[in-house]
Write a protein that binds this ligand. Structure first.
Ligand code: HEM
Ligand code: OVM
Length: 400
C-alpha cells in the first residue's frame, strides 16, 4: 500500500474476540503509536486520538461515507443491502433525507412523547421492583425491555415480529467489520431478518401517527422520493434499537460500579441527561466507523491515498487523556460535550434526542425508587464488530 512505509504499524486484529471483549488496552496502544496508524491485518489506516478523529469526522469533503462506513469499500464490493440514504450517503444526496429525519426527531417534535414514556418507565421499574426479590438482569429487564416498550410504537410498527429488531441491528452493526465468525454466525438469518424489516418500511405496515407515517408524509410533500421513504424508515429500524439498548446498559453498568455517582443523580435527577452523555462517552456503545478518502489527503503529515479506508476509533477518542481529565472515570461533574460517541459533523446521530429521552425517563424513574444498584456477578458482554454490547447485567437493587 503506498505511503505506509513511514507509518507506525499495528498488526493486532482489532475485530478479534479479545479486542472486542476488552478494547481499552488496544485503544491505548493505538493512541500511543501515533496520530495515524497502519493496521496491517486489514490494510487500512486508523485514527484513535480525539483531535484527529474529531477533525476527520467534521471533514466530509475529504472523508466520505458514500463508499460505506464499514471495512467493505462500496467502490469495489457489493453492499449486503441497498446503502442507507443517510449513513452511507454524501451531500447532496444526504441532504434531503437528513433534513426530513432531523425535523421528525427534533426535541420539539418529541415533546409529545415525554409524558407517555415517563409513565412507561415508571410502570416498567415498578413491575421489576415488585415482581421479584430485587435481584434481576438489568440488561434484559430494563435496558432491552424499555426501548422495546416505547420505540417500536413511536415508529408505528405493527405488533408482530418485533423480536427481529435486535437481531437485525446486530447483523447490521456486525456488517461494518470484516467477514469474521461474528458475521458468519448470523449469515443464515440475514435474508429472513431483512425481509421482515423491509416489509415494515412500507406505508401500509405503519400506523398513521408515528415517525414512519411522518416519513411517508414527507414523500407525499415531495421532500423525499418514494424510493427514499422506505429506506429512511429502515434507518430508524436499523440504528434506533440496539444503540439505545446498549447505551442504557452502559448507564446502568456505570451506576452499578460508581455508587457515589448514583447518589449524586438521586439528589439531582436533572443530571440524568448529562449522565447519559457521560455514559456514552465512557463506554462508546458505537465503537468505530470507517470513512474513505476522496482525494490524497494528509493527516498530521501522513499521506492518506485517495480511495483508501480510514477506521475511526470513537471509543479511543472518547478516552484520550490529551482531551479528557482522568478519562477512565465515569463522572457526572465533568462536561462530556465534545465526545464523539454520537459522531460529529453532518452525520452526527440524528436520533440522539430519542436516545436521550429514553435515558432520561428511565433513569429518573429508577432514581426515584432505587437507593442502591450493585452487581451480583460479572456482567456478560455480547461481541459485535461495532457495538460495545452486553449479554447480561446481574444486579441487586434496594428500594427506597
Ligand atoms: C448516526 C451513535 C441512537 C439513528 C449515528 C452515528 C453514531 C451514532 C456514532 C454517526 C455515524 C457516522 O458518522 O458515520 C448512536 C448512539 C446511540 C444512537 C451511541 C444511542 C446511545 C440512535 C437512535 C436513532 C439513531 C435512537 C433513531 C431514532 C441514527 C441515524 C444515523 C445515526 C439515522 C445516520 C445519520 C446520518 O448519517 O446523517 N448514530 N446512535 N441513532 N444514528 Fe445514531
Ligand atoms: C442507517 C444507519 C444509521 C446509523 C447506524 C446504523 C447499523 C445504520 O441509516 O441505516 O447502523
Amino acid at each position: 500500500m503506498p505511503g505506509t512505509a513511514e507509518l507506525p504499524v499495528c498488526d493486532i486484529d482489532v475485530f478479534s474476540p479479545a479486542a472486542l471483549e476488552d478494547p481499552e488496552e488496544l485503544h491505548r496502544v493505538l493512541r500511543g503509536a501515533g496520530p495515524v496508524v497502519y493496521l496491517s491485518r486489514y490494510d487500512v489506516r486508523a485514527l484513535a486520538r480525539h483531535e484527529e478523529v474529531h477533525a476527520a469526522l467534521a471533514d466530509w469533503q475529504h472523508f466520505e461515507s458514500g463508499s460505506g462506513v464499514g471495512l467493505a469499500n462500496f467502490r469495489h464490493e457489493e453492499p449486503w443491502r441497498p446503502p442507507s440514504v443517510l449513513l452511507e450517503a454524501d451531500p447532496p444526496r444526504h441532504d434531503a433525507p437528513r433534513r426530513v429525519l432531523r425535523d421528525i426527531l427534533a426535541p420539539s417534535a418529541l415533546r409529545v412523547l415525554r409524558a407517555a414514556w415517563q409513565r412507561a418507565a415508571e410502570e416498567l421499574v415498578e413491575q421489576v421492583l415488585t415482581s421479584g426479590t430485587g435481584e434481576f438482569d438489568a440488561f434484559t429487564e430494563l435496558a432491552c425491555a424499555f426501548p422495546l416498550k416505547v420505540f417500536p410504537d413511536a415508529v408505528g410498527l405493527g405488533p408482530y415480529g418485533r423480536e427481529n429488531l435486535l437481531p437485525y441491528g446486530n447483523v447490521a452493526f456486525n456488517s461494518f467489520g470484516p467477514v469474521n465468525d461474528l458475521v458468519r454466525a448470523d449469515a443464515h438469518r440475514v435474508a429472513e431478518l431483512s425481509a421482515w424489516v423491509n416489509a415494515q418500511c412500507a406505508r401500509e405496515a405503519l400506523t398513521d401517527d408515528g415517525f414512519g407515517a411522518r416519513i411517508w408524509a414527507a414523500a407525499d410533500r415531495g421532500d423525499l422520493t418514494r424510493a427514499q421513504a422506505p429506506l429512511v424508515v429502515r434507518s430508524l429500524l436499523t440504528a434506533g434499537v440496539d444503540t439505545t439498548v446498549h447505551g442504557l446498559a452502559a448507564c446502568l453498568y456505570a451506576f452499578a460500579t460508581h455508587p457515589e455517582q448514583w447518589q449524586r443523580l438521586r439528589e439531582r435527577p436533572e443530571l440524568a441527561r448529562v449522565a447519559f452523555d457521560e455514559a456514552v462517552r465512557w463506554q462508546s456503545p458505537v465503537q468505530t466507523f470507517f470513512r474513505t478518502a476522496t482525494t490524497d489527503v494528509t493527516i498530521a503529515g501522513a499521506l492518506v491515498p485517495e480511495g483508501t479506508k480510514i477506521l475511526m476509533f470513537l471509543g479511543a477518542a472518547n478516552r484520550d487523556p490529551d482531551r479528557w481529565d482522568d478519562p477512565d472515570r465515569f463522572d457526572l461533574t465533568r462536561d462530556p460535550s465534545g465526545h464523539v460517541g454520537f459522531g460529529m459533523g453532518i452525520h452526527q446521530c440524528v436520533g440522539q434526542h430519542v436516545a436521550r429521552l429514553e435515558a432520561e425517563t428511565l433513569l429518573t424513574a429508577l432514581a426515584a425508587r432505587v437507593e442502591h444498584i450493585e452487581l451480583t456477578a460479572t456482567p456478560g458482554r455480547h461481541l459485535n464488530n461495532t457495538l460495545r454490547s452486553w449479554a447480561s447485567l446481574p444486579v441487586r437493587v434496594h428500594r427506597t
